[in-house]
Design a protein around this ligand. Structure first.
Ligand code: RP5
Length: 173
């Protein structure tokens, strides 16, 4: 079966900032297309990708971009497939620019924008999986397990810290 998720970035320089999305897809064994497509430098290829995505079986598109960050909006303009935008931080303005750019889509052409910073790519992959899970109960179960494991790790650290601090208090007595 062709991949149901496409992960697109505006420049190869974005690639290493998307590691956490790749890890999530690996963990869930979700196959994905991966492309470098620029709304500005390769506009024709970007439009072609978006126009043909539905017929290729793509169900959700993640589009990561920095700076002017038009990529998710331009892709969304050419398809009805849900588009998840990931704002990428760059040196000039730190990522607030891309976040604001992605969150100012005109009414009628939606883009779902993820968190700025490290969690954005991870959450984009999880959001894509949540969308696929609507029609795939085993992915839904995996998402529930993922959350349970995440909570267990937090609780484990909480207990460890409580134990450490009680030991510290005891030493002071
Ligand atoms: C955007 O411009 C890309 O998504 C990237 O985040 C940013 C800078 O691109 P490069 O100049 O590093 O290729 O289109």
């Amino acid at each position: 079966m062709d991949p149901q998720v496409a992960l697109v970035m505006g420049s190869y320089s974005d690639y290493h900032k998307l590691d956490s999305a790749l890890e999530v897809f690996k963990e869930f064994a979700v196959e994905f297309e991966i492309r470098v497509l620029s709304a500005h430098r390769t506009p024709d290829e970007t439009a072609e990708f978006a126009k043909t995505a539905e017929s290729r079986g793509v169900k959700v598109i993640i589009a990561a971009a920095g700076g002017a960050a038009h990529l998710p909006g331009v892709i969304a303009a050419h398809t009805i497939i849900p588009v998840i935008g990931v704002p990428i931080a760059n040196e000039a303005l730190g990522g607030l620019d891309s976040l604001l750019s992605m969150t100012q889509m005109p009414g009628g052409i939606p883009v779902a924008v993820m968190s700025a910073g490290g969690g954005g790519a991870q959450n984009a992959a999880l959001m894509a999986i949540a969308i696929l899970a609507i029609g795939n109960s085993s992915l839904g179960e995996m998402l529930k397990t993922y959350r349970r494991l995440m909570a267990a790790k937090v609780l484990e650290r909480d207990s460890a810290l409580q134990w450490k601090s009680s030991e510290h208090q005891a030493q002071k007595l």
